[in-house]
Ligand binder design. Structure first.
Ligand code: PMP
Length: 359
């Protein structure tokens, strides 16, 4: 059976070798006579899998010891509420940068609990830019500053880290593990798993330990990071099978040479695709040059009446999930870690052929 090229924004492509291991271990995990997904989350087997996954993730991201690593549920969207519920403490307000649809969702949710100060917005450019920090209007006494280092829909990525005196909170759903980061610059990092971590159902939170213990009285136990940390992310039944697959992805990443090697590959993939777009007058990408995402590449066709044909023919050619988000239009290719350079080459060859036939 041929596996097709998958450019989905999430749930996204997984490394083929990870899926092969999961297949081989599906019915009888390491000779246990059971599938891992049938085992108690308190069993030494599952606890061992969780501990290895955490240790490998800590190694990949060089997570300092004074940070807790939590494996939760509910997706990144649940953290839109968990962030203010855990971090406001006795403060009333929080700062948010609005650079796209995911920033907007995060700040809309925070408004239930906090006075939200939008320090800057790029909505007037249809989210094709990132307002430089010199232009940000920081609040007077915010509990934290929240931003979205990679906007999955707009394809806009920060290649710099904001410098603020309050805890920096980052929704890294669509950039985590794509390149090295300095975890110590952040108060909290969170991410839904279904792009670079593993299958949907798992949510990662990395939180500096001194920020634990400030949760509001009303914070549900399931959203309380302190409770999760105190219970090694097993306050209730965690998504054990997703965690196992994430652990296999972390092992795969280590074998690829870690995040420095992933960054080199991801840059090569993205640069090729942006070059193909820029070299043609048939395709274009709306994002300012300095903020073009390595992971999500939106592009439009000069004549949008060809969109339908492009999508039908690309799918027939084995290039899946290229339809762009309705707010941007056109196409979007997501180039997460498990999307191979071969897949990007196949996409570019298809785009050039389509242009020759229709341009
Ligand atoms: N933030 C970003 C940047 C995302 O890309 C997504 C999902 N595409 C979300 C949040 C929402 O994630 P989830 O579906 O895990 O709640």
């Amino acid at each position: 059976m041929t596996r097709l090229y998958n450019f989905c924004a999430g749930p996204a492509a997984l490394p083929e070798s990870v899926l092969e291991i999961a297949r081989d271990e599906l019915l009888n995990w390491h000779g246990a006579g059971l599938s891992l997904m049938e085992m108690s989350h308190r069993s030494p087997e599952v606890v061992g899998v969780a501990e290895r996954a955490e240790a490998d993730l800590r190694e990949l991201l060089s997570v300092p010891d004074d940070y807790a690593v939590l494996f939760l549920q509910g997706g990144a969207s649940t953290q839109f509420s968990a962030v203010p519920l855990n971090l406001l403490g006795d403060k009333k307000s929080a700062d948010y940068v609005n650079t796209g649809q995911w920033s907007k969702k995060a700040l809309a949710e925070a408004k239930r609990y906090a006075e939200v100060n939008v320090v800057a917005s790029s909505e007037d450019t249809n989210f094709a830019t990132i307002p430089p920090q010199e232009q940000w209007q920081l609040g007077s006494d915010p509990a934290y500053l929240h931003y979205t280092p990679n906007e999955t829909i707009g394809g806009v990525e920060y290649f710099w880290t904001p410098e603020v005196s309050v805890p920096l909170v980052a929704d890294m759903s669509s950039t985590i593990l794509s390149r090295p980061i300095d975890v110590s610059a952040f108060g909290v990092i969170y991410a839904g798993a279904q792009k670079n971590i593993g299958p949907a159902g798992l949510t990662l939170v990395i939180v500096r330990r001194d920020l634990l213990g400030r949760a509001s009285e009303l914070c549900p136990a399931m959203l309380n990071w302190q409770i999760a940390a105190d219970n090694d992310s097993m306050y209730n039944t965690p998504p054990t099978y997703s965690l196992y697959l994430a652990g296999l992805v972390f092992e795969w990443l280590k074998k690829q040479g870690g995040l420095t090697a992933m960054e080199a590959l991801n840059r090569r993939k993205a640069e090729k695709l942006y070059k193909a777009i820029d070299d043609s007058s048939f395709y274009s990408n709306p994002v300012e040059l300095a903020s073009r995402s390595l992971m999500n590449v939106p592009f439009t066709l000069a004549d949008d009446s060809l969109d339908k044909a492009f999508l039908a023919e690309s799918e027939a050619a084995g290039l899946l999930n290229l339809k762009g988000h309705r707010s941007v239009g056109g196409m979007r290719a997501s180039l997460y870690n498990a999307v191979t350079e071969e897949a990007v080459d196949a996409l570019i060859a298809f785009m050039q052929d389509f242009e020759r036939r229709n341009g």
